[in-house]
Ligand binder design. Structure first.
Ligand code: PGA
Length: 234
């Protein structure tokens, strides 16, 4: 309740987030900032390896990640939102109106792949290994934004988080293909070092984010209604 939050008049909250989480963390911070205007906010966006270094050094209060560290560092994690990965193509692509496209067919298409160390890349590579498929990689690109523009430019198709399209939607220049095995339903977690005592602002941010799960899921389903078939209760 609002009364519980009265103790949060001043303080700091520093987040460290993996690259794809930049599509979700700032908006959460924005809403949180409206509730607690006295809290100084900061956010660092970098790749997963560097985030793990930051966790080890206690650089930030909380981290947003998809693939929780296991051996690297001991952490506590809280699930707060889905992270569906979808197959994206230019809206002029011949497969845009096809249904139940096979993974074999996708593997033949020129593909734009994220850089080593990317969680998105890891998820698509794992699926291909399981199915004994080799992607037809046209190019590696180190950013979701570069991949989106590469798709529009006709360089190839790709697999990205649906969160990366939350501002423009999927009815413009980029479309979601209907492919078997997709979406890959990944998850977002708020993570912190196991032995660390959380600050009050960090504790509240976790509670606040976990409460947003429904709203975040609905927003994603708003841009791509088919998501409703893959998430509970929406
Ligand atoms: P990214 O995404 O490393 O591909 O940016 C994070 C994740 O999904 O784990």
């Amino acid at each position: 309740s609002v009364a519980d939050y009265q103790g949060l008049k001043r303080g700091n909250l520093k987040l460290g987030v993996v690259t794809t989480a930049k599509y979700i963390a700032p908006e959460l911070l924005g809403e949180y900032g409206l509730m607690f205007p006295g809290i100084q906010l900061a956010m660092n966006v970098t790749n997963r390896d560097k985030i793990i270094d930051r966790i080890k050094r206690y650089d930030d209060d909380l981290y947003v990640m998809g693939l929780v560290p296991e051996d690297e560092v001991s952490v506590t994690c809280n699930y707060f939102a889905p992270n569906p990965l979808v197959v994206l193509a230019p809206s002029s692509h011949r497969l845009c109106h096809a249904q139940g496209i096979s993974l074999e067919e996708i593997a033949k298409e020129p593909f734009l792949l994220r850089e080593p160390g990317s969680g998105t890349r890891e998820a698509i590579m794992r699926l291909c290994r399981e199915r004994n498929l080799k992607l037809n990689v046209r190019m590696e690109l180190g950013s979701n934004e570069a991949i989106k523009h590469g798709i529009v430019g006709g360089l190839g198709i790709s697999v990205l988080s649906l969160h990366s399209l939350v501002l423009e939607g999927v009815s413009g220049m980029i479309s979601v293909l209907d492919v078997e095995g997709f979406p890959i339903m990944r998850k977002w977690y708020l993570v912190y070092p196991k032995e660390k005592t959380l600050s009050l602002p960090a504790q509240r941010f976790i509670e606040f984010s976990v409460d947003r799960e429904d709203a975040i899921t609905k927003r994603l389903a708003g841009i791509w209604p088919k998501l409703s078939e893959y998430v509970d209760g929406s």
